[in-house]
Design a protein around this ligand. Structure first.
Ligand code: GRF
Length: 199
């Protein structure tokens, strides 16, 4: 039985597209829904072009009431009964209650070699720290932000002339490699981390 997979986005959805394109006939997972918290997210058009149903749960009407936003999100998700949630550029912090309900079935991709650089502006922070390497991580989502069990990482060397933009672009290429590999393993029940080296 294919694992029904919903993907949550807030923006362009390039990771979402990589995931959807990877779920071909023999894949243990299938995309059942793409949900965005932002009505104008470019990823919604991408998903529609790829033939995947989409939904919008705009977080703005709920203000700071995260629980109310999440109960709407939950209702939309339960309509498609996903087995796996993939956060892919989803920029809302989820409450512990929501996470607890999905823990063990929810993945996220983060643009750093966790546990380094949780949170935002990871590329600029790695450059400012003078790091020699950087990369991305797919992890299980837990109540702690960017902190759950690591399921995969891709690493690359930081180049002398790298800027935050050039580094982000090179890391994004690795995200599109890593996330589909991890999702396939996860859908097959594998939990040991995969480590990719981009150099
Ligand atoms: C990616 O850099 C991802 O690591 C981060 O947000 C960005 C989303 O890109 N979570 P996209 O929407 O998948 O193109």
């Amino acid at each position: 039985m294919k694992r029904r997979t919903a993907i949550l986005i807030s923006g362009g959805g390039s990771n979402m597209e990589a995931l959807i394109r990877s779920m071909t006939a023999g894949h243990p997972a299938q995309p059942v829904l793409v949900v965005s918290n932002r009505p104008g997210a470019g990823g919604l058009d991408r998903a529609a072009r790829l033939g995947v149903p989409t939904a919008i749960v705009d977080h703005r009407p709920y203000g700071e009431d995260r629980a109310a936003f999440e109960s709407k999100l939950d209702a939309v998700l339960s309509d498609v009964a996903p087995d796996i949630l993939c956060l892919a550029g989803f920029m809302r912090v989820l409450t512990p209650d929501f996470v607890r309900k999905w823990q063990g079935r929810m993945l996220n991709i983060h643009p750093s070699l966790l546990p380094k650089y949780r949170g935002l502006h990871t590329h600029a922070r790695a450059l400012a720290a003078g790091d020699s390497e950087h990369g991305c991580t797919v992890h299980e989502v837990t109540a702690e932000l960017d902190d759950g069990p690591i399921l995969g990482q891709a690493r690359l060397s930081i180049l002398p002339d790298d800027t935050a933009e050039s580094l982000a672009a090179r890391v994004l290429v690795q995200e599109h490699r890593l996330y589909p590999i991890v999702l396939r393993r996860f859908a097959d029940g594998q939990r040991s981390p995969v480590l990719l080296d981009a150099d």
